[in-house]
Design a binder for this molecule. Sequence first.
Ligand code: UD1
Length: 471
Amino acid sequence: MIDTDFAFMGDYVLFSFGYYLSLRVSYIMRCAIFSRHGKVYHLDKYIIRGGNPLFGEVEISGAKNAAVAIIPAALMVEGVCRIENIPQISDADMLLTILSEMGAKVRTINKNTVEIDCTSVCREGAPYDLMRKIRASYYLIGAMLGRFGSAKTTMPGGCNFGVRPIDQHIKGMTALGAHVEVKGGFVYAEAPNGVLTGNKVYLDKVSVGATMNIMIAASKAQGKTTIENAAREPHIVDLANFLNSMGADVRGAGTDTIKIYGVEKLHGGTYTIIPDQIEAGTYMAAVAATGGEITIKNVIPKHLDCISAKLREMGVEIDEYPDYVVVRRMGKLTRANVKTQPYPGFPTDMQPQISTVLCLAEGTSVVTEGVWDNRYKYISELKKMGAEVQVDGKTAVIEGVPFLTGAPVAACDLRAGAAVVIAGLCAKGETVVEDVSYIERGYQDLVGKLNNLGADIVCVSEPDEYTSAVV
Ligand code: UD1
């Protein structure tokens, strides 16, 4: 039915995709790069007047880290793949643009649903300048290998948490028989005679990206692949479910052993992305910091267990229902120790947000980063607001203070940006957050959702005099 739609509606598709692209690209350009109006460039910033407790309801969007793997995986599908609950974030937009530049037909159905037809994509169309901007472009290695038998991608970009190697991705592709070379900022991979062969892969490190990349490539390899020491995050299960709904045979996702039985072809279908665990956790942390009571809708409470347990320890009340949680903080916050670990441990992507809450908890808290080497850059921003934190390597020792004070700060990366926004929401006075393009890579309408909860936050766009002058 959908195929027929595509056949008869070629012009409409081109038109609607053009319209879609213009909306999406202008959205990306508005905040993610610099918005260009004539020869004037704009930079967006958030201005937050802190002190309002949060009350009301917020709806969680689709999971970023699932979407950024599922969109590239759609490259493997020969047919129309309808994906629902895609978050409206610049990282997802960029991946859709990359696919369309490779020849995919991307049709927007509504703001969170697209149909992607990769029947006639070609490897050569890949826009390397866009790939370089995002971390998740590494999934194109697995997807291109599976689809074309060869891949050329840039080394991935993304948030800088210190060294971000891709050796485990390469180990996986090599185990499947590909010859992989990294040269001049590019990754080249070639399967012998264009065909990957299933094999056993033991990951030396629990890696979300490597687990998903190998799953994608192995879906179309000949024979069986086993990934040992696999990551177990909810988005791993979501990617497996997506691939299976398109005809793949992936078993065991969510455990540390995943088995993939290669199939010849993936067919079209419809898939709905799970809700974003980290976006939900961010709103939980926000109400913990400001006080108040909010209902967080469209969540899978099980995915929030590690976050809920820690917040409860800190004095936050959480009521769980089948697909929503009510989070309440009326009394004082108490200190806690947090160690980030792969799922089901406390997520590293919630470390900056929970640390911000701990800045306001009575007593001394110790946070240990167990995944990344360098994920405390935002602490210097929190210190500008009066936080008392000492960082030593992977450990941060936080002395709670009675309040934070508004200040000009910057978003150092996506979750660090969420952390300074939370700090601004509960601080006395005004906080100005610069570099918000990082935040908009991963949060759909953060400003609108927070304002609905009673926050006072505006996004302002100002001409960037320096950039405008030098162009
Ligand atoms: C993904 C998430 C990121 C999150 C991280 C951990 C995306 C787009 N990003 O990143 O938000 O913080 O999972 O939950 O989904 N490592 C290696 N070699 C590799 C790969 C990773 O040594 O080949 C190391 C990394 O340096 C890090 C650890 O393994 O110390 C975990 O990294 P990984 O799970 O791969 O993170 P990403 O997939 O890049």
